[in-house]
Write a protein that binds this ligand. Structure first.
Ligand code: SGN
Ligand code: CA
Length: 534
């Protein structure tokens, strides 16, 4: 080697080892977001459904990291929640107020900032925001809601590719493929690993078709809610398991078994291969037969259709079992990716976040879906593993929001958090530090008129109380004492006993609206915009 080559060699060696040190120092970010996975279906949260919802890999994250007991979203619906995640700004600021409004990818997002800060970024799975994703070195995304079986995915916002197999087995594989083949190891990585499951219509993977089929679940104790004690919004919603699910799409029958009517929305069986369909029919065929042959002797359901609790029992179980089956696949996928990172020696220098785009009803109030500011859909799971800073088995009580995730990720990455992001980094909180923290959260939901008919509302929640204002075609207030009425069955708005608390909540709500820049004027603007979008 001549002198010149030796110098070039030494310089390149120094450069590479500096970069490696950098990678060692700055953590990778694995951000796992599921779709509609709720705390009630996560063993670590300790709700009902316990043993059957033991999902070992999610639970591993809780055991080895932190579980956030009070984790909430600012607008409980898919695309808006993702826009909040990317921007660290409320819907009324980032513009994506509902699933219909356009999302402006040109705006500032945390992946763009990470990229500029030297991270290699990838987005794999569901994003539900139209347009070419920006801020990613690589993206492979489901178009819209995507499909469970043999899904299409869009590569780098351009090329659509169809894959064979189940979405929840494919997505983790794509994550590992990217790490194995494409990741530029001189940089730390930041991956958005976003599943489709457990979004409706819960089409289980072949190997889990019969899982939980013989498990009996208890109805949540307010399943047969009569929607009294609250305003009109709870009564007028269209998200009741018994009244609003479809025999085809949700219940997985060919047609309404009692009337022979076509389902309003059939399950997408046409996408499945012959073998997939065969495996499916082997489980659902006999299960459907069994249900239809029930009833009093001589009065099989086919002759005398069930109603009331009998009907509810079948529908609730078909729903819950299918929901849990697809969560099981998600859990497997997470396990595969965690094991891969561990084998590669990358796991402990990776901040692993597990969350969902919002919570969901699993029969509470008789419901499925989300949208309401009531607890099950306002909450979302949040687990974080990063052993360098977070002690195993940490439980965080502070109220955090999905609004906080962007600033938090930037904080872990050592990238400056822009002033205009509205969330707070929970990094110190997860590390067990005592720092000043918010005493109330602000919420605003817009998608009305729309699917499931949940009225527009905004509100405030403190650690104990909640005040909600439903507007647009009504002007109704609800208020709850979560300690005395955790199921939010009886609004105490205008109850003289709570006069002072009510006043305090009104004041707090107004302060938060000012702090975050929300207003009645903006509400009207979004109403006008929704009319023109529809
Ligand atoms: C679809 C579902 C709804 C669901 C929305 C939004 N209907 O429209 O039940 O509320 O998505 O979900 S379906 O018949 O197509 O399954 S979100 O998670 O994307 O916001
Ligand atoms: Ca969702």
């Amino acid at each position: 080697m001549d002198k010149f080559s030796i110098i070039v060699f030494v310089i390149s060696f120094l450069l590479v080892s500096c970069q490696e040190k950098e990678t060692e120092r700055r953590p990778n970010i694995l951000y796992i977001m599921t779709d509609d996975h709720t705390q009630q279906a996560l063993h670590a949260y300790g709700h009902g459904l316990l043993d059957s919802t033991y999902f070992p890999n999610m639970d591993r994250l809780a055991k080895e990291g932190a579980l956030f007991r009070n984790s909430f979203v600012t607008n409980s619906i898919c695309a808006p929640s993702r826009a909040v995640l990317l921007t660290g700004k409320y819907s009324h600021i980032n513009g994506k107020i509902d699933n219909v409004a356009p999302f402006d990818w040109d705006q500032q997002t945390y992946p763009k900032l990470l990229q500029a800060g030297g991270y290699e970024t990838a987005l794999i799975g569901k994003i539900h925001l139209a347009g070419k994703p920006q801020g990613y070195d690589y993206s492979l995304t489901l178009p819209g809601q995507g499909n469970y079986y043999n899904p299409e995915l869009i590569k780098n916002g351009e090329e659509e590719v169809k894959f064979e197999g189940h979405c929840e087995a494919l997505i983790p594989q794509f994550v590992m493929d990217w790490l194995e083949n494409d990741w530029d190891r001189t940089k730390p990585f930041a991956i958005n690993y976003h599943t489709k499951a457990p979004h409706r219509n819960w089409m289980p993977e072949e190997k889990y078709l019969s899982l939980y089929e013989d498990v009996e679940f208890d109805f949540p104790h307010n399943f047969f809610d009569d929607y009294q004690g609250r305003g009109s919004a709870a009564r007028e919603q269209e998200m009741e398991i018994v009244n609003n699910m479809y025999w085809g799409w949700d219940m997985k029958f060919e047609k309404n078994p009692f009337t022979g009517e076509e389902s309003r929305l059939p399950a997408p069986f046409g996408r499945m291969s012959e073998e997939q369909m065969e495996a499916w029919n082997e489980v659902y065929g006999p299960a459907n037969e069994k249900f239809l042959s029930q009833g009093a002797p001589g009065e099989q359901y086919l002759k005398q259709p069930p109603s009331g609790e009998e009907l509810a029992n079948f529908m609730f179980h078909r729903y819950l079992r299918d929901y849990l089956k697809v969560v099981k696949s998600v859990d497997d996928g997470i396990g595969r990716v965690l094991d891969y990172l561990e084998e590669q020696g990358l796991l402990d220098n990776t901040v692993v976040v597990y969350t969902s785009d919002q919570g969901f009803y699993l029969g509470e109030h008789g419901w499925y879906d989300k949208r309401f500011m009531y607890e099950q859909s306002l909450s979302t799971p949040l687990l974080v593993r990063y052993p360098k800073e977070i002690e195993a088995g940490t439980e965080v009580q502070e109220m955090v929001l999905n609004l906080d995730h962007a600033p938090t990720i930037l904080d872990y990455a050592g990238v400056e958090i822009p002033e205009d992001m509205q969330g707070e980094s929970w990094r110190p909180v997860a590390a067990g530090q005592s720092v000043p923290w918010r005493d109330a959260i602000y919420y605003h939901y817009y998608e009305y008129p729309g699917p499931h008919n949940v009225k527009r509302h905004y509100g405030v929640r403190t650690d104990r109380y909640k005040l909600i204002h439903f507007y647009y075609d009504v002007d109704e207030w609800e208020m709850y004492d979560l300690e005395k009425d955790p199921d939010e069955m009886n609004s105490i708005y205008d109850d003289p006993e709570y006069k002072e608390i009510q006043q305090m909540l009104h004041t707090r709500l107004e302060e938060l609206r000012v702090q975050y820049g929300d207003s009645d004027g903006l509400n009207q603007q979004f109403i006008d915009q929704s009319v023109s979008n529809n």
